[in-house]
Design a protein. Sequence first.
Length: 272
Amino acid sequence: MIIIADAGSTKIDWAVNLADGISYFTTDGWNPTQDKTDLRIDSAILIEHLKNCSDIYYYGTGLGNQEGSDRAVAQLKAYAPTGNIQVATDLLGAARALFKNTEGIVTIIGTGSNVSYYDGQQLHYATPSLGYLLSDEGSGFAIGKNIIKDFFYNRMPKDTHQLFANQYSLSKEDLLQLLYHLPRPNVAIAQYTRFLASVQNEWKNTIIRSHFDHLVKEKILRHKNFLSVPVGFIGSIADIYADILKDACAAYDIHDTIIIASPIKELAVYHI
């Protein structure tokens, strides 16, 4: 039995290859580099599958260094003591989901963001990932931070400002508590992107477009071959706002784009 995981800070999607087909599960997110807590799997059925699996292919955030990779393997080993465990970055998982064994520029837009050129086998970075405080352009964290600042700086339209206040009752004290005293503030801030689903106005479109423009300029245009290979995007934000994202790419003559919300089903195709 083969099990595949696509692990982000917010959630982990799992695919289990059973005799009668593939079953999918979703559990809480986990970052072995940032999170001091252990990997938590709250599905009894998935836990049983892990105990009996032959192979695990785990793609996740926080696996860009040896310490994070070693910790992920140790945590998975506790659930799957007899399984052959292979871990790799979420970006490699996204590349394999988007392009299989062909080349392209792969982009993740989730809680964080990352971009790399994929030659069909390996990733080649034009810019390093510097974490959510310094990079993560176009991400849920970046957009969520913008939403919160616009609320407190009174830059929202009046009706939008009132809608936000009614939905969240967020005080400055609450915000500072979240930022400085609670775990995973980047995940908590990214959740505020959900507010945009309640809004249909130019303020919303301007925010999304500006962050997508920033992502394209800072990360995608750094790759010299960005016009000669397809550019792929993974993530719910990319999928929901696909039209705005495509317009941001088209402004730089990038027209060969692929956008999918989640890589897990395509990763199942790749491995099974």
